[in-house]
Design a binder for this molecule. Structure first.
Ligand code: ZN
Length: 439
């Protein structure tokens, strides 16, 4: 009995010893194959039919439906066992072995995405890309609640998945998406002025003051809705291109200065400056300062000749700047509203006075004749009707031509056209400048 027991005991010990040696041997061989003394990877297993994962149904490549994370601290055995358990694609395992870093396995793409270290600069990069992609967050380099929210929104809406960490997949996606997005235009004061001016030319008035407020936003939304078919969250290149295209034939042709037409349909840009503006020397009221040089010369001659006929003439309005008209028109809008103001006053860029070629005149007498239809009752007006063309001037807004000029009859407003023959032809045929230029 005792012997039998001993033998059985011995057999058991022997079996345990053999099994132990076998396991030890196998582990040693495994360790020898895969690692050197520093614990670094020595040799990689070669891919074969067995350790490549089975292909997912209906897809061309191997597709796994779970996500695995592993960290630098994970042992080689831990990670390699994932492959053996068919939990980690072999190709990803190879990548990991080649470059062991913290990473997240992206299952869809079957690739390994490395977690990105969120330095302040990286967070800034992320914030600006998210903002550009349409997920706005403040670009300050601090990864706070709002940035996390924007990032989560982006990854779930654009990438159709959520990540625990910012990683190379998100980075690549953001690069790709924002690459195709035009840079959002920063609304500097100058840029806002440009926008407001072009909206005005397009027929969507808002005060041109460089401040992007409620009214500008509303006007912009009206324009984009009517012309572009929708509103935009941010001001961008598309809007700018659309405005340029839409306003193309609403701009005054300035190539022929003395015959240029400025009216409600043809806008002169705020950047336009008369070629040769000089201090006015023809008889004028105190508020008038500048006028085109040739126009001034013609006025001096005309006023002198009128004087010889016993007629006193005086300029009460000459060159007016774009900005002057901006403020004047805005004053009227605040008083009477846009519709009404637009009937009796010129919008900035639609006033002929900005050319330096237009003058309002009176007879230097009673105030009732100044910029008033009553002026037509004066001898001064009768004299001008007979003689103005001889000096190159035309009555710019005649009676009965309101539909063509866009302005009410103005017996006081004269326009220098630079050429006596042209002025004569216009006067003799009772034409407007619009009719003469389109003949
Ligand atoms: Zn005028």
């Amino acid at each position: 009995m005792a012997k039998k027991i001993r033998v059985r005991y011995g057999n058991l010990l022997l079996t345990i010893l053999v099994v132990f040696l076998l396991i030890y041997g196998l582990v040693s061989i495994f360790k020898f194959i895969f690692k050197d003394d520093d614990g670094k990877n020595k040799e990689l297993p070669i891919a074969n039919e067995e350790n490549v994962l089975p292909e997912a149904e209906g897809s061309g490549g191997s597709k796994i439906t779970e996500e695995y994370t592993f960290n630098i601290g994970d042992s080689f055995e831990e990670v390699s066992s994932l492959v053996q358990d068919n939990k980690l694609p072999y190709t990803i395992f190879i990548n990991y072995v080649k470059e062991p870093r913290e990473g997240i396995v992206n299952i869809e793409e079957n690739t390994l995405y490395f977690e990105q270290e969120l330095t302040k600069n990286k967070v800034k990069w992320l914030q600006s890309k998210l903002t550009k992609a349409g997920y706005p967050t403040r670009v300050d380099g601090g990864f706070g609640k709002n940035t996390k929210k924007a990032l989560d929104q982006y990854t779930s809406e654009v990438m159709n998945q959520k990540f625990d960490h910012f990683n190379s997949a998100v980075e690549e996606s953001l690069e790709l998406i924002t690459d195709n997005i035009e840079d959002k235009i920063t609304l500097t004061k100058e840029k806002v002025k440009w926008l407001q001016e072009y909206l005005k030319i397009a027929g969507y008035y808002t005060k041109i003051d460089g401040n992007f407020g409620k009214n500008t936003q509303k006007t912009l939304d009206e324009y984009t809705t009517d012309v572009m078919g929708g509103t935009f969250a941010t001001y961008n290149d598309d809007i700018e291109d659309s405005l340029k295209e839409y306003t193309k034939d609403k701009l005054a042709d300035t190539t022929n200065y003395y015959l240029m037409i400025v009216n409600k349909k043809k806008n002169i840009l705020s950047t336009f400056r008369p070629i040769d503006l000089v201090d006015i020397t023809a008889n004028h009221s105190g508020n008038v300062k500048y006028i085109d040089r040739k126009t001034n010369k013609a006025l001096v001659k005309m006023f002198a000749d009128a004087k010889e006929d016993g007629i006193t003439l005086r300029v009460v309005s000459g060159y007016r700047s774009f900005d002057y008209q901006v403020n004047l028109f805005d004053k009227y809008v605040r008083k009477d509203g846009y519709e009404k103001a637009n009937k009796y006053s010129a919008l900035p860029g639609q006033s002929e006075h900005q050319t330096g070629l237009a003058v309002d005149v009176d007879n230097n007498s009673d105030k009732k004749y100044t910029v008033s239809v009553k002026f037509e009752e004066t001898d001064a007006f009768k004299w001008l009707t007979k003689n103005a063309y001889k000096y190159g001037f035309i009555l710019r807004y005649p009676k009965g031509k309101e539909d063509i000029t866009g302005y009410s009859y103005e017996p006081w407003h004269y326009r220098y056209v630079g050429d006596i023959d042209i002025a004569k032809e216009i006067s003799d045929n009772n034409l407007t400048l619009e009719e003469y230029m389109n003949k």
